[in-house]
Design a protein around this ligand. Sequence first.
Ligand SMILES: [Zn+2]
Length: 105
Amino acid sequence: MLLRPSSPAPWSSGLGPKHPCAKCGTDTPGIAIGGLCPSCSRLLERRASKIARLVAIGTTVPLAVYVALSLPVERTARVVGAASVLLWYTLTFVIAKRVTMEWLR
Ligand SMILES: [Zn+2]
């Protein structure tokens, strides 16, 4: 009876094939072709968040002004207005971040 090697073959170590990072070119196991290594994607996400925040604020401020001017000075209306402004900010931020990340890579 032959002894089988207990350690797996080097190419099946669980990390998958290596691909170079699309940005810095570092061979990174487990990323897709054209993908980014962890440090590049973190950097990209930080930059995208920054731009997305600016976009979100830039569109939310006029909306907030409009809501503040157009809604009656009634408590319920104010709360609804503030909630929709907050929702708008969140949505714009999420969408802008996704678009920016596609655009930056
Ligand atoms: Zn990289």
